[in-house]
Design a binder for this molecule. Structure first.
Ligand SMILES: [Zn+2]
Length: 71
């Protein structure tokens, strides 16, 4: 028996196993997990952006408290 459908993690409609986007809520869906539900795909762009803004903030804090005082 092969699995040909998966469920949307957002609205629970049944999707084809090959679908990458939900036809009902138009959200991106990933591969099927062990519960028969599609994984929510990782938003790499948002993750990378968050990491960059965090490092920028940390660098600013370091600069503010350590480097700026060096006169
Ligand atoms: Zn959906």
């Amino acid at each position: 028996m092969s699995i040909t459908t998966k469920k949307c993690p957002y609205c629970s409609v049944t999707l084809m196993i090959t679908d990458t986007e939900c036809f009902s809520c138009h959200k991106k869906v990933g591969a099927i997990n062990e519960h028969g539900i599609a994984e929510k795909p990782i938003n790499w762009k948002a993750n990378i952006l968050a990491v960059i803004s965090c490092s920028a903030f940390l660098y600013y804090v370091v600069w503010l408290f350590f480097l700026k005082a060096d006169k």
